[in-house]
Design a binder for this molecule. Sequence first.
Ligand code: GDP
Ligand code: MG
Length: 306
Amino acid sequence: MAPSPFILPLRPQMKHQSGFVNIIGKPNVGKSTLMNALLGENLSIVTNKAQTTRHRIKGILNNEQYQIIFSDTPGMLKPVYKLHEKMMEAVDETLTDADIVIFLIEVKETKIEEELLTKLQFLKVPVLLVMNKVDETDQETIEAQAAHWKELLNPTEIIPISALHKFYLDVLLKKIVQYLPEGEAYFDKDDNLSDRDMRFFASEIIREKILLFYQKEIPYSVEVKIQSYKENQDIDVIKAFIYTARESQKAIILGHGGAAIKKVGTEARKKLEEMLGKKVYLELTVKVIEDWRNDEQSLKRFGYDS
Ligand code: GDP
Ligand code: MG
């Protein structure tokens, strides 16, 4: 008997994969740019100043076959304030709870700290050495650098990319999927783009504007805390505190006749409105907490204890 024409060949059973991919690297190598490019959304704030990303941020990339949970981390640096120590703890946490570690460097970098080298070499999970900013160099340098890093670190893979220009991101994604463990999704696939809520994004956006509009140490001496966030049908009402470590810094943040703070408020509001697709009322109040960066209580309150 002829086989029924209605029986379709069985689709090969696809196994589901899921895991945590943590991106580490020095300040300014392009960690936030990379994560945003992979996710296609501006989740993490990106500026050309060091230390923009203070907390770990998770962004989730889903499709039928996999769920990849990315963490962007504070850049690695030597602790100066207590604040920095807390940031470094976040980096260590990144190394221990990852399924895959992306060690991001600028393609021209040649050195790695002894301590970090040891940590990376002892990791049991795959380490992908990703050389960013290849748009700024030539083929020869890329190849020489790849050889250099193979010798120095011997990572699982070496992948050159440009996060900014989205070069070879498809190659990187394929490699990530290749090493991603089999398993069920960790987060609901329908809604989770990030496990951080709008309060967090609101404070990050305000901080981004402060980084852009003020000079020198000012951006690093302030912290932003959302006092209240009320979601309404047509407008979100957000009240935020900007904490400075000294009176003199408060005066700078406010600016002449309050002009500087007004600019921060306007620009942050515009970005929030764009992101939310609705109107936003944003109220900023500047307060002083003497030397908050060395105050355990304040650091806890600002969420650096997790
Ligand atoms: P992070 O501190 O590691 O998170 O670095 P950011 O993502 O904030 O990027 C730091 C700077 O490097 C920004 O000015 C980015 O635009 C720039 N950048 C990131 N990726 C690339 C790239 O592929 N090529 C070039 N030329 N610049 C890049
Ligand atoms: Mg960053």
